[in-house]
Structures are given as C-alpha cells and as structure tokens.
Ligand binder design. Structure first.
Ligand code: F6P
Length: 316
C-alpha cells in the first residue's frame, strides 16, 4: 500500500508530530509513504515526494509544517480535484492522510468519493471541529495567548489601563474563553457570549467606580474592531485604554506536550484506519480515547458551547 500525507489550511503546532507518526507508522507496516507539499494546491501541482524514516526526523518538536500548507478554493471544482486524483494514481498512491480544519475535511470527503480513501486528522488552533474534544495545535496556541496576555497585564497594571486584546479562533470562541479564564480577564467577548457594547461600558464603568486599577478585555477575532472598542471604553470609563491584536504569533512555536502526544496518537491511528481499507473517516479525541467517524458525520456534529462560560469572571 502507498499512502500520502498532506497538511492544509492554517498551520498548527503539532502538525509535524502528526506527519512523523503517519510516515513512521506506514513504514513500520511495510507501506510506502509520500509527502505532498503545500496542501491540496501542491497535490494538484504534483508536488509529491517519497519519504523515508529520516525525512521526518528532528521535526517532532518544531512548529509549523515541514510539508507547507495552503488554502485552495478551486479544490471545490471537480475538474481541479480530478487533476489531484490523476497525480496520485500516476504514483500508485491508494490513500491519503490529510491534516487540517473543516475545509480540509470537505476536500478529503470529495476525494474519497472519487476513489482515493482519505482519513482526516483535526489540525487547527481554533478548536472548531466539534467531532473532537481537542484539535492539534489548540493548547499550544492557548499557551502562546496566555503568555502574551500575562505580559499585557504587567504593563496594564503599571499604567492603570484597560487592555483590549484580540485572540484568534475564526468563528469559534474557545481560544478566547480558555485564555480569558486562565489569565483572569475581567471581560471575555465571543460569538457565544454576544457583543453588547452598552453592557461592556456598564461593567467597565463599574470596575472604575470600585477602584479596580486595571482591566483586561479579551475579544475573539471577527467580532469588532478592537482599536475602536478601546477608544470607546476610554471615553465611557475614564480608563486609559490600549488594544493589541495577537494575530499569527498564536500559530507558531514549539508544540506543547499535549499537542505532541495528541498528534502522535492521531497520526498513527489514521494509518491504522487506512489499513482497514476505510476512507472518508475523521479521527477524533474523546476523553482519553482516539476514535474515527464518517467525515460527513464529523462535519455535521453541532458545536456544544464549553461549560467554561459558566466560570466567566463576574465583576460584581
Ligand atoms: O484557522 C486558523 C486561523 O489562524 C484562524 O484563527 C484565523 O481566522 C485564520 O486562520 C487566519 O487565516 P490566514 O492565515 O489565512 O490569514
């Protein structure tokens, strides 16, 4: 059996550990392993290279993805996917492990329908794949966000300011809520909490009235302009305010212990699913168990809002 591996969508710390596990597990079972460079785009361009054991050495502890990544909108078109399928067939590759977010999952399902068995592994800092409790990269990105917010707290306290900080997550508030709890942010705003400016101004004004020296407001991305919000908070509350967008810093860096282990387990598990001749499957972590379900089912799972929202700090 010949299997390929690719990473697609936003890179996430731990992707390299997953690539390593896929390649080494495949080699262990006597399969040939192929790396596909630059995601689905590279697959269409035929960037497919056979990998040996040493090609995935010294990568376990590195952020990013050695295979490179991309987002290819055109992969929705059957004619574009057909080129990818032809490229795989030309090399005799029977099956693929794809590591990424929901766009990656959709590509994997479509390829499976075209005769290439695919297994998808959740790799994204957003933790927005509902079929799995945690995605590879989430906890490392969380540590990065926490480290940055702790630093902002130092300067915020020193200057008696309100600090508004924007955290990534696309449409998912998990990075924000987890970092807000871990850093003791006074206010956390996500799609799940809703965005009510009047309420924010009320809370910030109250904080001022009870003599709070400084405040941290964590805001999930794609909710509002945090620089504008900081200005308005200053006008309403009297706290001098500053805004910071953490941005792509959150995507890089050495993967945490949790992400290395999760990625290693999922990579190895994905190969075992392919060995059973299955395709169109998504790997998920449920408690301490790693499982697999149909990709379509994985995409259909409704997001349940984390109970961490119940623990959000209350100002009064
Ligand atoms: O999906 C990961 C992520 O970092 C999101 O949190 C963010 O919205 C998006 O990717 C940014 O994408 P890009 O790197 O293409 O700007």
């Amino acid at each position: 059996m010949k299997i390929g591996v690719l990473t697609s969508g936003g890179d996430a710390p731990g992707m390299n550990a997953a690539i390593r596990a896929v390649v080494r597990t495949a080699l262990h079972y006597g399969m040939e392993a192929y790396g596909i460079y630059d995601g689905y785009k590279g697959l269409v361009e035929g960037k497919i290279v056979r990998l040996g054991r040493n090609d995935v050495g010294q990568i376990l502890n590195h952020g990013g993805t050695i295979l490179g990544s991309s987002r290819l909108k055109e992969f929705k078109e059957i004619a574009v996917r057909q080129i990818a399928v032809d490229n795989l067939k030309e090399k005799g590759i029977d099956a693929l492990v794809v590591i990424g977010g929901d766009g990656t999952y959709r590509g994997a399902m479509a390829l499976t329908e075209m005769g290439i068995n695919c297994v998808a592994i959740p790799g994204t800092i957003d933790n927005d794949i509902s079929s799995t409790e945690y995605t590879i990269g989430f906890f490392t990105a969380l540590d990065t966000a926490i480290g940055a917010i702790d630093k902002l707290r130092d300067t915020s306290f020193s200057h008696q300011r309100c600090t508004v900080v924007e955290v990534m997550g696309r449409d998912c508030g998990d990075l924000s809520i987890y970092s807000g709890i871990a850093c003791g942010a006074e206010i956390v705003i996500t799609r799940e909490t809703g965005f009510n400016k009047e309420n924010i101004f009320k809370q910030v004004t109250y904080a001022k009235s009870i003599g709070k020296r400084h405040l941290i407001i964590v805001v999930a991305e794609n909710i509002t302009d945090v620089f504008e919000l900081a200005k308005e908070v200053e006008e309403h509350s009297g706290y001098e305010s500053r805004a910071t967008v953490l941005g792509h810093i959150q995507r890089g860096g050495t993967p945490s212990a949790f992400d290395r282990i999760l990625a290693s387990k999922m990579g190895s598990y994905a190969v075992s699913v392919l060995r059973q001749g299955l395709g169109g499957q998504a790997v998920c972590a449920r408690g301490i168990e790693i499982k697999h379900i149909d990709i379509q089912q994985a995409l259909d799972v409704k997001r349940t809002v984390t109970d961490l929202y119940d623990y959000l700090p209350k100002l009064n």
